[in-house]
Design a protein around this ligand. Structure first.
Ligand code: A3P
Length: 282
């Protein structure tokens, strides 16, 4: 599995070289106050990262360094040396690529989920925009069929991703909080409170409300543009890929009735009776 992930990252030309990155990540030193936000792409990873860093800071203020909010996929462990603890990492990796010490040292795992129809919709728009791993002429229906039938591409298969995390959480004694995008939208403040308690920085309601406000989609979008108009690696094109509509149920604008039925059948068949209680609308 690790080999396949490395190969698919190599094919995408992702830097740093995955042959070096993954083995060094696995051996990375961890602490019990490290926080790993683990999610399949497009579940709201960057949103939760920003919330966590504000909770820790005790102020509804954006972080100044994009490097620290970036994904583990893009940085060698030595780049995290100067980051003050507690460190907050984002990743789309399956557990096999993550630091072994994260389990041993009882680091904190935040597992973030989102209903798969909105994930696929969001992913499609992301890929069209960035032309990432996709021919620009790829249509939505071609993309959907690819998603439903690509069991080989382990690193990009949502079913595979969930299966691996379910196995990992049930076979390890982890410090873990499971959250989902829809609940974050429905009741942001109570989710923020759960997050704050879990990471060991309980905050009062006034502060949580300020964080909610500061982390609204539009404010984050504007802040990111401003932050990255300077010298960071993230360009304004990429910024707008991280923040799109930010709603629950956009899949209804994307799926045809037949595609929706096909997707439901595929889910039923491939989830092996696992939790199917996703919220598809709110
Ligand atoms: P959409 O494409 O459906 O709008 P990730 O950070 O994991 O790549 O997730 C990106 C998704 O989260 C995008 O979904 C994006 O718009 C949404 N998102 C990002 N920040 C958000 C925020 N502050 N509030 C709500 N949704 C947000």
């Amino acid at each position: 599995e690790e080999q396949e992930i490395r190969l698919s990252f190599q094919r995408l030309g992702i830097i740093p070289d995955p042959r070096i990155l993954i083995p060094s990540l696995k051996e990375m030193e961890c602490y019990d106050d490290d926080i790993f936000i683990c999610a399949y792409p497009k579940c709201g990873t960057h949103w939760v990262w920003e919330m966590c860093q504000m909770i820790i800071k005790g102020k509804a203020e954006y972080h100044s360094k994009a490097k620290e909010s970036c994904m583990m996929e893009f940085h060698l462990p030595e780049e995290y040396k100067d980051i003050p603890r507690p460190r907050i990492f984002n990743t789309h990796f399956t557990p096999v690529c993550l630091p072994k010490q994260a389990v041993e040292k009882k680091s904190k795992f935040i597992l973030l989920h989102r209903n798969p129809k909105d994930i696929v919709t969001s992913l499609y728009h992301h890929m069209v925009k960035t032309k990432f791993n996709m021919d620009s002429t790829t249509t939505w229906s071609q993309f959907l069929q690819y998603i439903l039938h690509n069991d080989r591409e382990v690193s990009s298969n949502w079913f595979f991703y969930n299966k691996r995390w379910t196995e990992f959480t049930s076979s390890n004694d982890l410090d873990v909080l499971v959250m989902n995008y829809e609940d974050l939208k429905i009741d942001t403040v109570s989710c923020l409170s759960k997050l704050a308690n879990f990471i060991g920085y309980p905050r009062d309601e006034k502060m949580l409300k300020e964080i909610k406000e500061k982390c609204s989609l539009n404010k984050m979008k504007d802040a990111e543009k401003e932050r990255d108009s300077g010298t960071t690696a993230v360009n304004s094109e990429q910024v707008s890929d991280l923040y799109r509509k930010g709603v629950v149920g956009d899949w209804k604008n994307q799926f045809t009735v037949a595609e929706n039925e096909q997707f439901d059948a595929h889910l039923k068949e491939n989830m092996n009776g696992e939790n199917l209680n996703f919220k598809y609308e709110i």
